[in-house]
Ligand binder design. Structure first.
Ligand SMILES: [Zn+2]
Length: 427
């Protein structure tokens, strides 16, 4: 069996792809203008934010990002598209030739592109209604090669994609439409516009069984477009607008060719924003965080969460403590508590961090070590070891030995102890 997907997600931009209308209006036909209604003479203007987000997505799925990107018109007539063409991309797409790794294999990504959403059609008994709020909303499409070979792989891929898209601020559980191409034998069947991961998996399961049964009873699987019904959990043949061969593709003359170089991935933008709030001089730390969030989505999530809970200095401290322990992982609730304790000047020991990880509450007195206690222990060590103090005057390397003695008693960050020791020694 071979499965290929075309995954469409709405990009989280405030305005639409080619006009300044809001992307999030609820009352039907309130966020509309001549451009998204397709009036003659109206001109599209590319939303820069959509371009940036799409480049981030393309990079996150390891695509080669085209240096320059351009748009085409996909010409077809349908009521949801009054200008008779959809502005989309093809060979000049944002990125191509990428991949997403799942458990045991690599799923190749053919293309990442942006396009506009058509209007919403609401079918009633003997009439249909059109809502143009959706017309022109920025969509990002990810097209895979037919590398998925089982339901398990489909689930794995979608779960991986969900976390990758988090990079670009896209929540696929909110709005996602997938075209599923599936062939058990030689014939390819396309199931259009499936919403959500659950429906996608259900549609795949139904279609796999349907095709298997036809093949087993020596019947032909028709090459066709079908649609999935959530109520019956089955697929039925659908009347397609046009076939690919019938679409007219022409170059979009109203839009420019856009450079993509110089676009910084979104995760790095978040880190830079955090750095702006940070008044300290620890450039190295900020650099580390930038590098880290580019490759560690969970860490980025935690940092973003933390930034809303506490000041950035504390968040960076907490991240450093977790990093020193190996992985930057902690449930949000535990992380919030950790920030709270750090804000109070409590330095947490390993047991305390393990407890926060397990979702347990931490009593500051039991696990935490306050800065005063660290200072007291430093003074204690210095008074008991005058030899070290004397040696330190000529050999600065002794500094680390003193830190070592202190952290033998308190299993806390050596960096923190070093900072306190430097203060005590007047460095
Ligand atoms: Zn508009």
């Amino acid at each position: 069996m071979k499965i290929g997907l075309e995954v469409h997600v709405a990009l989280p931009t405030k305005s639409k792809l080619f006009c300044s209308c809001s992307s999030g209006a609820e009352e039907p036909n309130t966020a509309i203008c001549p451009t998204c209604l397709g009036f003659p003479g109206s001109r599209p203007m590319l939303n820069e934010e959509a371009l940036k987000r799409s480049v981030t997505i393309a990079k996150a799925v390891h695509c080669k990002v085209n240096e320059k990107t351009h748009f085409i018109r996909k010409v077809y007539f349908y009521p949801d598209l009054p200008k008779s063409y959809q502005i989309t991309q093809l060979e000049g797409a944002i990125g191509h030739c990428g991949y997403v790794d799942i458990e045991r294999k690599r799923i190749r990504i053919r293309r990442v592109q942006i396009e506009e959403d058509p209007a919403r059609i609401i079918h009633a008994d003997d009439y249909s209604l059109l809502d143009f709020n959706r017309s022109g909303v920025a969509l990002n499409e990810i097209v895979t090669e037919p590398d998925i070979e089982s339901e398990a792989e489909l689930r794995e891929f979608m779960s991986e994609l969900r976390s990758i898209l988090f990079y670009a601020g896209v929540d696929i559980d909110k709005e996602m439409k997938v075209d599923l191409n599936i062939s058990v034998g030689a014939e390819k069947v396309e199931i259009k516009n499936i919403t959500g991961i659950k429906n996608l998996v259900d549609a795949e399961r139904f279609e796999e069984k349907r095709q298997e049964e036809l093949i087993a009873s020596n019947k032909r699987v028709a090459t066709e477009t079908r649609s999935y019904s959530e109520e019956t959990m089955s697929t039925v043949p659908s009347r397609e607008k046009e076939t690919d061969e019938e679409y007219g593709f022409i170059y979009e003359p109203d839009l420019a060719v856009y450079p993509t170089n110089g676009i910084i991935p979104y995760a790095t933008v978040i880190a830079s924003e955090l750095a702006k709030q940070y008044s300290g001089k620890r450039k190295e730390t900020i650099k580390t965080i930038k590098e880290l969030v580019m490759f560690d989505r969970e860490a980025l999530k935690l940092i973003q969460y933390g930034a809303g809970q506490s000041n950035i200095e504390t968040v960076i401290n907490a991240i450093e403590v977790l990093k020193r322990r190996g992985k930057i992982r902690m449930p949000e609730k535990g992380f919030g508590k950790m920030l709270d304790l750090l804000d109070k000047g409590i330095v947490l020991d390993d047991d305390a961090i393990a407890a926060l990880n397990d979702g347990e509450d931490v009593e500051a007195e039991k696990h935490g070590v306050s800065t005063e206690e660290i200072d007291r222990e430093i003074l204690n060590v210095l008074s008991q070891r005058p030899d070290l103090v004397k040696e330190y005057k000529t050999n600065k390397k002794v500094f680390n030995s003193i830190v070592g003695i202190v952290i033998k008693k308190y299993k806390v960050s050596p960096k923190h102890v070093a900072e306190r020791l430097a203060l005590v020694l007047g460095e």
